[in-house]
Write a protein that binds this ligand. Structure first.
Ligand code: NAD
Ligand code: ZN
Ligand code: ZN
Length: 334
């Protein structure tokens, strides 16, 4: 079958043929219907998040179950769309058993498409416990990108940022994740200000309910310092993390999602005198997967997605790097 594989040290994925995988007793074999491209793939290919081994990339996956292991429950059906919970938790460790399965530390665990084989392929084997049925009416490409580009901002904004009705939220970086972040915060009843360097992204954020949009270069003139309850940084560079610290209110929260730099600066005086909380955010939980699909099914979040043939993955990775992807790109196998 076709697979696009990460090879340590190489900047492009190797497009190749590999044997179709076989499910173990507690696994399912998914025929991939769509796989989203995340900016994290670029960090891996740039060597910023290195892996020592080769693997098939793609951590935003949606497919149909075509084969089930002998111990898989009859609840799992063939011919229905399922989305993959990419953190791939073990189900047994303390984190998994206490509702923090995105933080699973089970032995030998790796993430789907990040350290172990993922979705840029015709088929994928995953543990049956780590798939979620996609409600009817949601397309494969939307379901695929939702598993990260909606799940991660939902976890960051609702669960960790504790955003609620009337919260004042600043969203920095309106790409695949940030644009859905705006929609999540609006759906929670927040008053949202959105910033990016791209004016096209600002226009779209306005359509999705941001009450104010500001180009990142003009924030100094347009926004009041120390005025946001929650600032979510979907970029994670020196400049954006400094902006986050400038615009968060005393006692407010900065949620850091973007992996743009290996280190970001902390401004000690405002951090201390304002008692600002900095919260890291990683992906999302299995339970939150159900919650986001509910919101998408109800039309409260409308993830924007474009599609392209999977064999063109290297081209679309380049386009994402160059900032030329309009929303989120999902790849469709031929
Ligand atoms: P993306 O490329 O789709 O979007 C990035 C957006 O940031 C673009 O709109 C770009 O114009 C904007 N941007 C870049 N520099 C900026 C700046 N200085 N000021 C304002 N805006 C700027 O990326 P994505 O797939 O949405 O991912 C965003 C980040 O989140 C990446 O670093 C990715 O690795 C990371 N990520 C983290 C998690 C997690 O669990 N924490 C999960 C997925 C992705
Ligand atoms: Zn991702
Ligand atoms: Zn676990």
């Amino acid at each position: 079958m076709f697979a696009a594989r990460y090879v340590p040290g190489e900047k492009k994925l190797l497009l190749t043929d590999v044997p179709k995988p076989k499910p173990g007793p507690r696994d399912v074999l998914l025929k991939i219907r769509a796989a989203g491209i995340c900016h994290s793939d670029l960090h891996v290919l740039a060597g910023e998040v290195p892996f020592p081994n080769s693997f098939t990339m793609g951590h935003e996956a949606c497919g149909e179950v075509v084969e089930k292991g002998s111990d898989v429950t009859s609840e799992i059906k063939t011919g229905v769309l399922y989305a993959v919970h990419g953190p791939n938790p073990c189900g047994d460790c303390t984190y998994c058993r206490t509702g923090f399965d995105n933080l699973c530390n089970g032995p030998g665990r790796t993430f789907v498409g990040l350290g172990q084989d993922g979705a840029y392929a015709d088929y994928l084997v995953v543990p049956a416990r780590n798939i979620v049925e996609v409600p009817p009416g949601i397309s494969p490409e939307i379901a695929a990108v939702a598993t990260d580009a909606v799940l991660t901002p939902y976890h960051a904004i609702k669960s960790l940022g504790e955003v609620k009705t009337n919260s004042k939220v600043l969203v920095i970086g309106l790409g695949g994740l940030g644009m859905n972040g705006v929609q999540v915060a609006v759906a929670l009843g927040a008053k949202v200000t959105a910033t990016d360097l791209k004016s096209s992204a600002l226009d779209l954020a306005k359509e999705f309910g941001a009450s104010e949009v500001v180009n990142s270069k003009e924030m100094d003139n347009k926004l009041k310092p120390a005025s946001f309850d929650v600032v979510v940084d979907f970029v994670g560079r020196d400049s954006t993390f400094t902006q986050a610290q400038t615009y968060v209110r005393p006692g407010g929260t900065i949620v850091l999602v973007g992996l743009g730099s290996a280190q970001v600066p902390v401004l000690t005086a405002p951090m201390i005198t304002y008692q600002v909380r900095v919260q890291g955010a990683f992906w999302g939980t299995h339970q939150e997967m159900h919650e986001i699909f509910q919101l998408i099914a109800e039309g409260k979040i409308k993830p924007q997605v474009e599609t392209a043939p999977m064999k063109d993955v290297n081209h679309w990775l380049e386009e994402l790097e160059a900032g030329r992807v309009k929303s989120r790109m999902a790849l469709l196998p031929s």
